[in-house]
Design a protein around this ligand. Sequence first.
Ligand SMILES: Nc1ncnc2c1ncn2[C@@H]1O[C@H](COP(=O)(O)OP(=O)(O)OP(=O)(O)O)[C@@H](O)[C@H]1O
Ligand SMILES: [Mg+2]
Length: 1108
Amino acid sequence: MEVKTSLLDNMIGVGDMVLLEPLSEDSFLGNLKKRFDHSEIYTYIGSVVISMNPYRSLPIYTPEKVEEYRNRNFYELSPHIYALADEAYRSLRDQDKDQCILITGESGAGKTEASKLVMSYVAAVCGKGHEVNKVKEQLLQSNPVLEAFGNAKTVRNDNSSRFGKYMDIEFDFKGDPLGGVISNYLLEKSRVVKQPRGERNFHVFYQLLSGASDDTLRKLKLDRDFSKYNYLSLDSAAVSGLDDAANFRTVRNAMQIVGFMEDEVQSVLELVAAVLKLGNIEFKPESRCNGTDESRVKDKNDLKEMCELLGIEQSVLERAFSYRTVEAKMEKVSTTLNVAQAYYARDALAKNLYSRLFSWLVTRINESIQAQTKARHKVMGVLDIYGFEIFEDNSFEQFIINYCNEKLQQIFIELTLREEQEEYIREGIEWTNIEYFNNAIICDLIENNQNGILAMLDEECLRPGTVTDETFLDKLNTICADHQHFESRLNKNSKFLNDHSLPHNCFRIQHYAGKVLYRVEGFVDKNNDLLYRDLSQAMYKANHSLIKQLFPEGNPAKVNLKRPLTAGFQFRASVGTLMRNLQTKNPNYIRCIKPNDKKASHIFTDSLVRHQVRYLGLMENVRVRRAGYAFRQPYEPCLERYKMLCKRTWPHWKGPAREGVEVLMADLQIPTEEISYGRSKIFIRNPRTLFFLEEKRKQCLQDLATLIQKIYRGWKCRTHFLLMKKSQIVVAAWYRRYAQQKKYRNIKSATTMVQSYTRGWQARKLLRELKHQKRCEEAVTTIAAFWHGTQARRELRRLKEEARRKHAVALIWAYWQGLKVRREYRKFFRANAGKKIYDFTIQRIIQKYFLGLKSSMPSMSPIDRKWPARPYGFLDGVHTELRKIFHHWRCKKYRDQFTEEKKAVYEEKLEASEIFKDKKALYPSSVSQPFKGDYLEISKNPKYQKLNSAVDEKVLLADVVNKINRANGKGTPRIFLLTKKNFVLADQKTGQVKASIPLPDVTSVSVSTQKDGFFALKLKEGSASAVKGDFLLSSEHLIEIITKLHRIGATAADREKLKVDISDEFLVQFKQDKVCVKFIQSSPKNGNSVSCKRKNNRLLEVSVPTSP
Ligand SMILES: Nc1ncnc2c1ncn2[C@@H]1O[C@H](COP(=O)(O)OP(=O)(O)OP(=O)(O)O)[C@@H](O)[C@H]1O
Ligand SMILES: [Mg+2]
């Protein structure tokens, strides 16, 4: 069971100062000391956390502690900074209220540590996941980087923040961190060039020299020895407990996690090295002819190295240290610098370089950690600003720092009172005002726009004429003379005229936290923060990207003659913005207190703490808190805590919590003036009442504990007894059952044995009887079988004898009857029976033949030669006749399918067969080729258009033939056209008609018996066409041409039938000569083509290759 502790449990002193009784400064300090001595460094004043710096690490920041405080109410556990962080985080997450955590206290009081604790607590309790963890890690790792560059050892604090930091952590609606924004406030840059005794420059210089590798240092042209650098104070260079080398590695690692690129880190280190080098540049005077001194760089080595590091031309920088150019309107005036001015310029450059680098780092970190989404964020701001400080020698920086702390004190006063007041009003409780010191008057002394110190400093800086720190002090003396918090020796106020603790060049301010003496020296310069234009221009010219970015005003294209804003003005403005920002958020305070000045643990310097308690206004804080009511609590937890004190509310109260509390308080007879009932909370005026309640509760808890113990013990014994009893019954039952089972098993086995013997004896007896009976039955059966056998055989013999006799009688009877019938019917039977049987048989056979033929008919294809075999010899004639009839019938069926065109084609083919079959060897190859007629597509081909028009008849055949030359036997291609009336030979290329012969003039055609395509067209002697003689032609379609010619002759009525001579030798009339055309067979070796040669006047020889 979870044990809930409370702020009020196991308390050392009082955890909340509001409960302190009696309340006085001594008791307040006593309580702080008591708690501090018991390592209780946190104490509350209501919701404000006072944190004492323990100066040692305490085991109270473990992950277990984080878990303990997670999601618990503020007053539920003993005071802790985690309780405040948890409260702030939960109201941010659950109530959507932006929060700010204001950490105040003087230098070394533990503000920075507290801010880191708050951040680490929030990081531990908020969401997890890869992205969220990355954001958390980046936010946390921004601290080491900024601390290295912005913190330094001072006499008050070994890790003193020398800049102000306000960090907004942004969360999404679930409370997961999205990113953050850091704002920085005025870095104490004067520390770069000079440090008070016992203090150090910024950590990064020492870290770089101690922690960087030899290689890095060589690249940066640095030496590990601190003493080589003027800007590093040597007396306190090493700080005990601070490992610079290890810290350097931490910083490098942190920069990597935050997202710095390797070259960015290198640039940053180069700038740090350049500042160190700059400090080593020294000057010497050089007399000029006009008697003035001009500064010159003494040893140029450092200058050279620095210029190399930053990529600056050495001569440009050297000149900037010797001359100063002043631009006024259109004029440029160059004046020489003396040695002091050169040192001033050098230091100004170093300070500017460093402080701008610091601001760049903040901007760069912001780029990395900024939230990636544009969605609305919830914001938790953590303010860790340099604490109030008083040094031996306080200058402009301390003035600024202390002003900032004044403002924070102011906001604390305002918000604490307002919040308290608002709560009473919210809860409907009456409220009377409490007196406290309001430091608004001091803030006004510093920041008033007309006569505030900062306004006057600005006025002095901008004034023409000679302006010095003294003239500024004079001005203060005249204007602030009457202010009760301003003190000066030169003040007309005689009070300080003899005050030797107040030197002439100083003024003193009574801050809320004490009097601080400020030396005016440097105020004007630091406020002006001037950097000679020549220097910024030299920096702008650098061949180094980072340096160029840091000095944008050095760009000659952007010369701005306006004076830059003063440092004081800028700071006042940024503090104003910060205050306005803080006022929009719900404040949570951590008031840090420093227990001693020695940075030592366990020492509690009374006077020092008393002083801080005073100026922090903590007593007023308690009084304000107590003036109304010392303690308040919402009704629900209050009823939960005290309900056991009243019978009516214990153990459960059914009604509203407020009524329950009222009943409870009435029952306890708490005086009514001691308590007030707000809307949601009960307010208890006196801590005594609370202690009374607590005391009562403690007693009641003891009684309750006894009661619980009693009941528990009774319950335990009874439960034990009942358990034993139950167990005993179970055991007895089991045993009885076991015994009975065993007895039963014995009896059962004995019975079975007896039974088996008896049954065996009976069975054997029965078996014997049955066997005897069986044997008797078998003997009877055997005797009966033999007897029946004998009987049966005897009967069988008798029956057989009888059957034989009957059969003999029947046979004799049948023969006798047969004889009688044959004798009677012989005369009818022999005359007709033979023919009838024959006819019948023949008829059946023929019927069978037809049926068989029907089922085995061949196909309808005319070329199918199949016909069923003849079954009977006497049907031979019929069978052959039927075959013929069937064939003719199917041929007819086949022909009936033909169209007219197809019929003509077949007729042509038939005619070709009649002419050539078995007469010319070319014929068989032509059978399968269809007769196309028009091979040249003469009517469609535009080339033959002319030819087509010359022939007026329908063209029956058009083909290219070879016309054989009569002289040499060579062939010339000619177009051969055949119409019904004539044939035409035309030029193949031009289509020009060479000869047109009317068909009646053609008397006969001669062809060979061989495979050639030669044919001679013989013309009618004496006809007009025969003048040139016969035509000897050759064609691939010889068969078709001659068949067509023959058909035309056959169908024409006006002429005779064309004669076709088929012979291997025929005569052809060439003009007057008759030439014999002879066809011989040649071997295929001489080529595959037919060749024709004129052998002599009378002979033309055509050699036709024999087919292989
Ligand atoms: N809670 C703590 N536990 C242990 N040591 C602490 C704690 N708080 C502070 N310290 C110690 O006190 C030193 C100074 O604390 P810190 O730097 O936080 O002071 P500061 O208030 O920020 O001072 P400054 O105003 O000079 O920056 C720390 O370096 C650390 O050694
Ligand atoms: Mg700090």
